[in-house]
Every structure is written in structure tokens, then in C-alpha cells.
Ligand binder design. Structure first.
Ligand SMILES: C[S@@+](CC[C@H](N)C(=O)[O-])C[C@H]1O[C@@H](n2cnc3c(N)ncnc32)[C@H](O)[C@@H]1O
Length: 391
């Protein structure tokens, strides 16, 4: 496949330039990609170690003026081999991703759902913002990716209030464990032995390991979300399986659903030039096949709408949902949102209080925002926030 040194000064393959063209995106938005800084976030409590960390990585950590606890470094600085990273004092996370999490406005005590959680950078930030009450439920359809998120929780020692489910976010239906339901829709049989969750341990009994191995091969046949991690204060320990997997009706969800939901949807990743550049090694034909084919992008917009709709269904009245993608196409963002708003009368696009001084652009819809490398010096990201009205 011919690779054209386009207006972006990056060797972008012809098919990607064509994809940009078809979606009305100017390749020059990537012109600044080589100089886009590397961003890190300091784990709360480690601010005083900033100088020590600077000595180790041999450069200054410059504060991101519009995003608390975020710093930027020259793009070529590597952090993976540093002690600060290995000891879990710093996270590598793009500032635009940080903005999407900040837009959620997480408060201590919130019950938060992260519907496309893996590999977990935003999940970690949500947990850091949560304080010591409330819970976070992370869901992802890709088991190996969610297992990587679990490793991150352990590395940063922040999993105490978190539970992770391998599940399809378009049908996931479990509410946070605060539901005090009078529901008669109990599915516990009279006399059924009540199994209660004990402290989570990575050692799974043989029978369960066998079931997991089978399940990971045939996800499409699994009906039930698979709990692959839960922290001591996630609400799971001491709860019965019946309670964790209890089905609740929509009326109960409007009262006891999640306070905040993040739908960081699967997308073509075209806003993240670092992701696209990985195809230089994987092969540009793989990019064509996996990302750009029209059939795949059509399926994606259907998936995005389903994820958004289901995430919103699980939100309680008065709660907030943030929808983000690292695509800059209108089809995966504004079009999905417009369709969703036309189908869901209780959804209202909301202004993002945190966004007052963010260096981003207004999207085609009022209150929705776009980050791109040229305007924001970040990776590309689309962010919109909704609130749930009483219907
Ligand atoms: C953009 S990534 C999420 C990144 C993540 N929020 C983070 O900050 O690390 C999109 C994720 O959606 C997941 N995904 C795709 N289809 C899904 C579905 N039907 N249900 C749940 N997750 C899905 C993918 O496995 C992928 O991990």
C-alpha cells in the first residue's frame, strides 16, 4: 500500500487519508502530532515527590494549567522504566482523556459505571477522584483487556471500591449494590443455598477456572456477566450471588441506578495518531481491514448508539453520563448523539462546568467538545455530557 507524506507531515497511508477525506477531516490536524507532549498524572498524595520524580526522569514536570494533577513532558521522554512509574506514583494518560473523566464530576460517595473500561486509564482516575465512599463498576467485553485493567488496579492499589465484569455493555443490567429493592422479581428459589462472596483472591478454584476458560472461548454464548475482580469495599464482599446478579426494573433504576456513567465507546481511534501509527508495524492493510472498512464503521456507529442507550438506561434520574470517543468523525459522535436524543426524551445535553478553560473546540452540537492535536496539544477526543430528566 502506498504511503503518502500528507499535509500532516506524517507518513499516513493512502487509505487513511481517504477515510479522513470521506469524513470531512483535514489531515493537517495531525501536523502537530510529533510535538504533542506526553502527559502524566500524579497519583494523589505524591505531589511532594514531584522534584524527586523530575530528578529521575531528568526533566521538569510542567503543570497542565487547565487540568488538576496533570503534567506534561517532551514527547520523547520514556516513563515505563522509571521507578516512579513502576512504583505506581505516576500514570501515563493523555490530557484529553483526563478531561473526559473530569467532565463526569465524580464526587465522593458516587456509584459510577465505566461501560467500556479497559485497559483502564480512565477507570483509575475515576477511582482516585471517588474518595473513600461509593463504588466503581468497570465493564468490558474483552477479557484480556479487562484483566490488564485489573492489573492496573493492583499496581496502583486503588481497587478497594471497584468491581470488574466481563460483559457486553449493550446489555449489561446490573446496578450498584446499594439497591434496597422491595421487588418481587426475586430469582432466588425457596430453599436455594445462598452463596456469599468472600474476600477476593486471585486463586480461583479449579472448577471456576475451567468455567472461565470455557467462557472466554465462547463469550457470545455467555448470558451472565463474569465478575473477574472485586475490592473489599465494592459492596460485593458479604453479598449473595443473588444480590450481585439481581435484575431490577427500570423504575428501580431511575432511583437506585448509577450516579455517573462513562461511555468511552469503541471507535476507529482516528483522533489518536499514536494509535494509528502503531499500524506502521502491524501493517497498513491491517488498519484498512480492522478500522477503516465502511462495513466496520457502520457496525461501530450501531454499537456506539447501543452502548450510549444502555449506559443511559442504567443512570438514575438526575445523574450524568459522559460519552467520549477518540474518533473525530461526525458519524461516530454528533450523528450518534442526535439519533440518541431523538430516541430518548429523558436525555438532555449538559454544559460541562469543568470545561470553562479547556483548550478545545465547540462541536457541531451545543455543549459537546472536540480536542485535537493542533488546538489542544492533546490526542483527539470528542466529549459530550448528558443528564437524565424525570420522564
Ligand atoms: C476506547 S476503549 C476504552 C478505553 C478505556 N476507557 C480506558 O480509558 O482505558 C473501548 C473499549 O470498548 C470495549 N468494547 C467494545 N465493544 C464493547 C461492548 N459491546 N461492551 C463493552 N465493551 C466493549 C473494547 O474492548 C475496548 O476496551
Amino acid at each position: 500500500m502506498e504511503v503518502v507524506p500528507g499535509a500532516s507531515e506524517l507518513p499516513l497511508p493512502e487509505s487513511f487519508l481517504e477515510f479522513l477525506n470521506q469524513n470531512g477531516l483535514d489531515p493537517s490536524i495531525y501536523a502537530a502530532s510529533h510535538s504533542t507532549p506526553r502527559y502524566i498524572r500524579l497519583k494523589p498524595g505524591y505531589k511532594l515527590e514531584r522534584e524527586e520524580i523530575e530528578d529521575e526522569i531528568k526533566c521538569r514536570l510542567e503543570e497542565v494549567y487547565w487540568l488538576p494533577d496533570f503534567y506534561y513532558l517532551p514527547p520523547d521522554v520514556r516513563i515505563a522504566s522509571t521507578k516512579a512509574y513502576q512504583e505506581g506514583k505516576i500514570y501515563g494518560i493523555d490530557a484529553a482523556s483526563g478531561a473526559a473523566v473530569l467532565a463526569l464530576d465524580v464526587s465522593p460517595g458516587d456509584h459510577v459505571l465505566d461501560l467500556c473500561a479497559a485497559p483502564g486509564a480512565k477507570l483509575c482516575m475515576i477511582l482516585d477522584l471517588l474518595g473513600c465512599s461509593g463504588s466503581v463498576t468497570g465493564v468490558d467485553i474483552a477479557r484480556h483487556r479487562l484483566a490488564a485493567a485489573r492489573t492496573m488496579l493492583q499496581k496502583y492499589a486503588i481497587g478497594d471500591q471497584c468491581r470488574l465484569f466481563v460483559a457486553d455493555g449493550t446489555t449489561f443490567s446490573l446496578t450498584p449494590l446499594r439497591v434496597q429493592s422491595n421487588s418481587t422479581s426475586s430469582n432466588t428459589e425457596v430453599g436455594e443455598k445462598t452463596e456469599v462472596y468472600n474476600k477476593w483472591t486471585p486463586q480461583r478454584p479449579w472448577k471456576e477456572r475451567k468455567r472461565i476458560a470455557k467462557a472466554s472461548k465462547t463469550f457470545s454464548q455467555i448470558q451472565e456477566p463474569e465478575l473477574i475482580f472485586y475490592g473489599q469495599h465494592s459492596g460485593v464482599v458479604g453479598s449473595s450471588k443473588h444480590n450481585v446478579y439481581r435484575k431490577v426494573n427500570d423504575e428501580e433504576i431511575s432511583q437506585f441506578g448509577y450516579d455517573k456513567v462513562l461511555v468511552d465507546a469503541e471507535c476507529t481511534h482516528d483522533g489518536s495518531i499514536k494509535h494509528i501509527q502503531k499500524y506502521e508495524q502491524w501493517g497498513w492493510t491491517t488498519l484498512q481491514r480492522r478500522v477503516l472498512e465502511a462495513e466496520r464503521t457502520d457496525d461501530l456507529t450501531v454499537l456506539q448508539l447501543k452502548l450510549l442507550t444502555n449506559g443511559f438506561r442504567l443512570l438514575k434520574v438526575g445523574g450524568s453520563l459522559v460519552y467520549s470517543t477518540c474518533s473525530l468523525t461526525v458519524a461516530q459522535n454528533e450523528d450518534v448523539i442526535e439519533r440518541f436524543l431523538s430516541e430518548c426524551a429523558s436525555a438532555k445535553l449538559q454544559e460541562m462546568d469543568a470545561a470553562k478553560n479547556w483548550p478545545c473546540k465547540q462541536a457541531r452540537l451545543a455543549n459537546a467538545l472536540r480536542f485535537d492535536p493542533v488546538t489542544s496539544s492533546t490526542s483527539g477526543l470528542f466529549v459530550a455530557k448528558f443528564t437524565k430528566l424525570l420522564s
